[in-house]
Design a protein around this ligand. Structure first.
Ligand code: NAD
Length: 248
């Protein structure tokens, strides 16, 4: 049966894959991001750090549509290749705040306003996206050929926000106990994109399957969550790490 689905962060690597896949399965997808970079239909421009922007966007969409599932896939997600190595003692609070703003404040705004809609029908799902770095600390060595002492590349607030999303997902699922509102979290491992060869190799050695996840490899799980009744899974944080969380 066709579901109506919101995707926050629809231009991103994960968001775009989700929206193409779910549209291909016959669902109606409402795409939400900062700009309509890919000239998509059913696109809504919205900055999730601004509550009023989120409120108006969700109101516009839900006026005529009952939403079944909302994905929180927007993230500041600073690309490691573009980040200069930094000493944590010199790291800028401004960067720290920017990432937490999109990931944690953004998730607050999107969840608050979609839940208002879900409460009116006592049904709906939220699927948050987190990362292995919300569970384990990034080994900075995999981002360098030769690391200088005290320097790192992967920003630590990324881990803070991803850990926050895991806690938020569980607490929110528990908050909606005895309702038909469900909350999930997907803990993704590294997805293969255009990372450099050495990084890929070093990262892959930390997984059980010996490689990064391929784009959309987890789509069957997405389809299961979207298409089925899953109250027994609410509050779950599903490990989609290719074993990165399960090997020393
Ligand atoms: N790509 C990976 O390898 C990987 C691995 C593990 C976890 N994840 C997680 O998956 C999620 C998505 O990551 P991604 O790789 O698709 O990131 P991405 O950077 O490709 O996409 C993020 C999207 O969010 C949008 N966005 C940023 N700020 C916004 C704002 N204020 N309002 C609205 N939209 C905003 C961006 O424009 C972008 O399209 C993140 O939570 C990330 O932590 C990704």
């Amino acid at each position: 049966m066709e579901k109506k689905i919101l995707i926050f962060g629809s231009n991103g690597l994960v968001g775009r894959n989700l929206s193409n896949y779910l549209e291909g399965k016959g669902h109606k997808v409402f795409k939400i991001d900062l700009t309509n970079k890919f000239k998509e239909k059913n696109f809504f421009k919205c900055d999730i750090t601004k509550e009023i922007s989120v409120k108006n966007t969700i109101r516009k969409i839900t006026k005529k549509n009952k939403i079944d599932v909302a994905f929180n896939a927007a993230a500041a997600n600073p690309k490691v290749q573009k980040i200069k190595s930094f000493k944590f003692s010199d790291y800028k609070l401004e960067n720290w705040k920017k990432n937490l703003d999109v990931d944690l404040i953004g998730s607050f705004n999107t969840s608050k306003h979609i839940l208002k809609h879900y409460e009116s029908s006592n049904s709906g799902k939220i699927i948050n996206i987190s990362s292995i770095y919300g569970v384990v600390g990034p080994d900075q060595d995999i981002y360098f050929n030769k690391r200088q002492k005290f320097h790192g590349k992967k920003p630590l607030e990324y881990s803070v926000s991803k850990a926050g999303i895991i806690g938020f997902s569980k607490a929110l699922a528990a908050f909606y106990k005895n309702t038909n509102i469900e909350v999930f979290c997907l803990i993704l491992g590294g997805i293969e994109e255009n990372q450099d060869k050495k990084f890929k190799k070093r990262y892959s050695n930390k997984t059980i399957i010996g490689r990064m996840i391929k784009k959309g490899e987890y789509n069957s799980i997405i389809n299961y969550l979207v298409s089925n009744k899953t109250p027994f899974l609410t509050g779950s944080c599903l490990d989609l790490s290719a074993g990165a969380l399960n090997i020393l």
